[in-house]
Unconditional design. Structure first.
Length: 103
């Protein structure tokens, strides 16, 4: 879902069994999480609450053309999601162009 607030998206997730299942699997994930091609915007806070509320070992967040300003902003957002979830799951950034997942 591309549009709507985090609360609106969560209501939609809860109204569709498949989306709810996917969300629940994210919450139950005990493995490492790679985030690729996604921002950490407030309208996606429900995703980051799920990730940091899970038992994930670590979160790797892909950043397109990372620079100091962008990394500082993302670090602040992820730290907020981590803190509000009461999570000790660490996170790190990687240059999304280096992943070559479509190669």
């Amino acid at each position: 879902m591309a549009e709507g607030s985090s609360a609106q998206k969560m209501r939609r997730i809860n109204s569709v069994a498949y989306l709810r299942h996917c969300y629940d699997m994210l919450v139950l994930n005990p493995a490492t999480v790679f985030v690729y091609g996604h921002s950490a915007d407030e309208n996606d806070a429900h995703i980051y609450r799920a990730i940091f509320g899970s038992s994930a070992k670590k979160v790797y967040f892909g950043v397109y053309k990372p620079n100091g300003e962008k990394l500082k902003e993302l670090d602040g957002l992820l730290a907020k999601y981590q803190r509000t979830s009461g999570s000790s799951t660490g996170y790190a950034f990687f240059d999304s162009e280096s992943a070559q997942i479509w190669a």
